[in-house]
Design a protein around this ligand. Structure first.
Ligand code: ADP
Ligand code: MG
Ligand code: MG
Length: 932
């Protein structure tokens, strides 16, 4: 900050002298955009540059909603700030000063003057909203002098000093870094306030008198001096510049970084800074501050939903200092009934103009409503499907937006468990319901009680399910909230931090359970005469708000009951109706086909219920582990002569045939890509002495012979060893048996009148000749079986592209291959030279350092691996125009990767059955132009 202070005097003088001419552009283009009655430079489409908050403040101003005027410093300035070694770009301070002049003009107030003080809020605002992640400073411009002027001018000393103490507190925290030093320390400012409250016998913060507040300011100043060695800045312009720098700085604070990582927001976006004239919800009992949603963000109900707090400011509602009142109560409040009518109108305007549920912040100053923010409301998956369904039908939302605005990953929330009815009823009957709080994040969670984020993380890492209980949560608890099954707070309303974050993450959450007493020091939670300790079992119902002692069994979600268990009729489930409405919309738009990775008829049926149009990958080896099949498999592996191998394979053939028959029948005519044996043989043999002895006995061999063969199969690097098509080339009889099983099953099923479309897939091909070898074998066996059975089968033979050589020579390989399926698990391993199973020891660190943006085994490395895919797509199509292209790695169920697959031109994606709704939606988003 030293460097910025150095320029202060020139900035100030320009603030005093200029004011007429338009501020000039910097090297990063125009740095500041104004919003106000005099002019409004931005609009709602400019989120990348102005941030979500700035763009929407401008948009609301444009449509005539009452927004206090202000200006937005662009995200580009933030980017420049970081490129510049954390220095402001040239000319920024002067520009800020001249826009402050413009604000003075519009408001008729003076920045830094007591009698008619212009006070400012300084607010962060990234492209995507990051609730509570960054810090806001209110009442900026107050100092020891101006506060007196404010008191005199308003005739309200209490208000003036309340505003001042808030400002000092926020500034001390955010800009000067006076914060709690470890998790269970109290906020130092809160502590000072609590002590004073105690001394003067005040119960609520509103009970503090002007004198008490003046004293509080003094003590805050002392605290700051004591902790930082610095005095609180008295010059308003210094304050402003310091605050702007702090907002830029907060872009790189730990909780912002954690949040971005979770939601895959690039570090490079930067945050805008909004500087806005203040309005006051803390001027008295005809003032208030509030947060509202145009619909219920937990259930999606079309009801006005929100909270307000009388005589309060800023984050008071969210922070839960007092428990706020539901917005609906305003209607019956003689003071605010008029304002409520205004709010109802705003609610309608917002939905109409923004085409989605809005989450907005407002302040009432002497009964007059001011809008301070609006954005698309974060909501649960349940609310998402209901709102999309309802608003599209009400013509308030476009079908395209309904698809584009969703987080496909969140759909898996709809599959999350609910409480088992019987067990839940029994628990209630047994009096285990301790209390009912606010239903803030639907679903059922049961697990061990913990009180700190650190403990939650620790137990979750050890594979335990935990419920995190806090008096209230703050962004520091984020890691623990991610780790927990559910979150319980004793304070705070439905728009508290806990509720907001839980809704967004799809966590079960009960908030504001006021009867619950949490004692961090003792590690206890008491309620209704019962005391639970850390580690005890607890259950919470985020759909009703109930908190129960002990475990409660969980059961399938409604969607699974309809689609999978079929214990519920589609017509009986609203959720299913909403879900299928969205899925049908998605199907209308998506271009990508949808297949599944499935190895059993059961999985195939599930996948079809979720929308699968075929199988993208059947891993035949999975079938070798069941029952006594593994014995025959082992016998085959241990055989040293082809003769003996064929005999053992003969035992496996009927099993495989039956499996394929089941799969073909379940598919009812849909195509099935079946991969021939892929893993190295050592994965099938026992490795401990006891199991080897048992096997020796079964196969009438000597234990030493078994041991010797197992040792012979040992490989130093099995991932790159004797596996994939290399096996089928070394032991053609294995492939022959598998192909025979496929075609015998196909013939049988086809004979019974069900269409079959087998696609035989040869794994791990790097050389065309490898493929030729196995394709020739396949055609030979296929011809034999067709002749034997008299059934003509339509089939394809193709390969997986999963090693770089395969991708690079795809034109050659496509001479033989009728389809490619990208095996992106192995393709990622081989392209990155990184073993998936060994990467856990360094990948998290890589992510922290920003070397990788996401785990490349979960989300496709589009620049590296993706480039190989692109090459293979182009080369493959050059040789064979109609070559069928798909993906069958884990990435097929990852939204980012699905979008990439669309743009690279694949025909379909394939993923596990339960990821299909996610892929289905992501595919539609891609078709509507989504990119990452
Ligand atoms: P966040 O991004 O964390 O939501 P905001 O920038 O929205 O932070 O600020 C938090 C709160 O501060 C707002 O909800 C509002 O109550 C209050 N606030 C911000 N700017 C003003 C203002 N100009 N006048 C009055 N209150 C404000
Ligand atoms: Mg806000
Ligand atoms: Mg593979």
């Amino acid at each position: 900050m030293a460097s910025t202070l150095g320029k202060k005097s020139s900035a100030k003088s320009s603030a005093k002298s200029s004011g007429k001419k338009e501020p000039r552009a910097s090297r990063s283009g125009r740095m500041i955009y104004y919003f106000g009655a005099k002019k409004c430079d931005g609009d709602g489409t400019m989120k990348p540059l102005l941030g979500g908050k700035g763009a929407n403040l401008a948009q609301m101003t444009k449509i005539g909603l009452p927004v206090p005027p202000g200006f937005t410093i662009t995200t580009q300035v933030c980017i420049d700030y970081y490129d510049n070694g954390k220095k402001f770009p040239k000319g920024l301070e002067e520009e800020i000063a001249s826009y402050v002049r413009l604000l003075e003009k519009e408001t008729g107030k003076k920045f830094g003057e007591g009698g008619n003080a212009l006070l400012l809020s300084v607010r962060s605002g990234a492209r995507d909203s990051m609730p509570g992640m960054m810090d806001t400073i209110l009442n900026l411009g107050l100092n020891d002098e101006t506060v007196k002027g404010l008191a005199a001018a308003t005739g309200n000393a209490r208000f003036a000093y309340d505003s001042y103490r808030r400002f000092v507190q926020m500034y001390g925290d955010v800009v000067m870094g006076v914060q709690k030093r470890h998790e269970n320390e109290h906020d130092p400012f809160e502590e000072v306030m609590e002590k004073l409250k105690h001394e003067v016998g005040a119960h609520n913060d509103t009970d503090l008198t002007a004198d008490a507040l003046r004293e509080l300011v003094k003590r805050y100043m002392q605290l700051i001096k004591q902790r930082t060695g610095k005095n609180f800045p008295q010059d308003p312009f210094d304050q402003l510049i310091g605050a702007v720098g702090a907002v830029f700085g907060s872009w790189m604070n730990e909780r912002a970084i954690i949040y971005r990582r979770k939601y895959k927001i690039p570090d490079e976006w930067g945050t805008a800074v909004n500087v806005q004239s203040m309005v006051f919800g803390n001027m008295g009992d005809d003032c208030a501050t509030g947060v509202a949603f145009t619909r219920d963000p937990a259930t999606g109900e079309d009801v006005f939903y929100g909270e307000y707090l009388v005589n309060a400011q800023g984050e008071d509602v969210v922070a839960g200092v007092r428990t706020p009142k539901p917005v609906a109560e305003m209607a019956n409040d003689p003071v605010f009934a008029g304002t409520y009518k205004q709010l109802e109108k705003v609610r309608e305007r917002l939905e109409k103009k923004f085409g989605d549920v809005q989450d907005f912040e407002f302040t009432i100053e002497k009964k007059k409503l001011y809008m301070l923010q609006t954005r698309h409301g974060k909501r649960t998956a349940l609310a998402y499907v209901k709102i999309a369904h309802d608003m599209v039908k009400q013509k308030l939302m476009t079908p395209e937006h309904a698809i584009q605005s969703a987080d496909p990953d969140a759909l898996s929330q709809l599959l999350a468990p609910v409480f088992d009815r019987a067990d839940y009823a029994a628990a209630k009957k047994a009096g285990r319901v301790l209390t009912t709080g606010l239903a803030a994040g639907p679903g059922a969670a049961t697990g061990q009680l913990v009180f700190t984020a650190a403990k939650a993380e620790e137990l979750a890492r050890a594979g335990k399910k935990v419920v995190l209980a806090r008096v209230e949560t703050s962004p520091e608890d984020l890691r623990g909230m991610i780790a927990a099954e559910g979150i319980l707070t004793s304070r705070g309303g439905v728009s508290s931090h806990a509720a907001l974050v839980a809704r967004q993450m799809g966590k079960v959450c009960v908030a504001g359970a006021g009867a619950v007493q949490i004692d961090y020091a003792k590690g206890t939670l008491s309620c209704a005469g019962q005391t639970l300790r850390e580690g005890d079992a607890i259950s919470i119902n985020g759909s009703t708000g109930e908190v129960l002692a002990g475990n409660v069994k969980t059961a399938d979600s409604e969607l699974l009951q309809v689609l999978i268990a079929r214990t519920m009729k589609p017509d009986d489930s609203d959720v299913y109706q909403y879900y299928s409405f969205i899925m049908k919309l998605a199907d209308k738009h998506r271009k990508l086909g949808l297949r599944t990775n499935a190895d059993t008829p059961e999985q195939v049926r599930q996948a079809i219920a979720f929308g699968a149009e075929g199988i993208g990958l059947t891993r035949t080896e999975h079938m070798f582990f069941e029952g006594d099949r593994i014995d025959a498999m082992r016998e085959m592996i241990l055989a040293t002569k082809e003769e003996a191998r064929r005999e053992a394979l003969g035992k496996l053939l009927p099993y495989q045939r039956d499996d394929f028959e089941g799969i073909f029948r379940a598919l009812e005519g849909r195509p099935a890509t079946i991969r021939l044996l892929d893993p190295p043989l050592h994965e099938f043999v026992p490795h401990d002495a006891k199991a080897q002895e048992d096997l020796a006995k079964k196969l009438k061999l000597s234990p030493d012979a078994v041991k010797a063969r197992v040792e012979a199969l040992h490989e130093f690097n099995p991932m790159l060893g004797h596996r994939g098509c290399r096996l089928g080339i070394s032991y053609p009889e294995i492939s022959e048996m598998q192909v025979r099983a496929i075609f015998e099953a196909a013939a049988k099923v086809q004979k019974s009148g069900v269409k079959v479309r087998p696609e035989i897939m040869i794994p791990l091909v790097g050389f065309r000749k490898e493929l030729d070898n196995q394709v020739e074998l396949t055609h030979k066996v296929a011809a034999q079986v067709q002749k034997e059975t008299g059934e003509k089968i339509k089939y394809l033979v193709g390969t997986m592209i999963e090693i770089p050589r395969g991708a690079l020579t795809a034109d050659d390989i496509a001479e033989t291959a009728e389809f490619f399926s990208f095996g992106t698990n192995d393709l990622t391993q081989t392209t990155l030279g990184m073993s998936r199973d060994d990467s856990a020891s360094f990948l998290p660190h890589y992510a922290e350092l920003g070397i990788v943006k996401a785990n490349p085994f979960a989300s496709l490395d589009t620049t590296g691996v993706g480039q190989l895919m692109q090459i293979a797509v182009e080369k493959g199509r050059k040789t064979r125009k109609d070559i069928k292209l798909g993906i069958c790695g884990e990435h097929g169920g990852d939204p980012h990767s699905v979008v990439f697959c669309h743009h690279v031109g694949l025909d379909y994606v394939s993923c596990s059955p339960f990821r299909l709704p996610v892929a289905r939606l992501a595919a539609a988003q891609a078709a509507l132009g989504k990119t990452y």
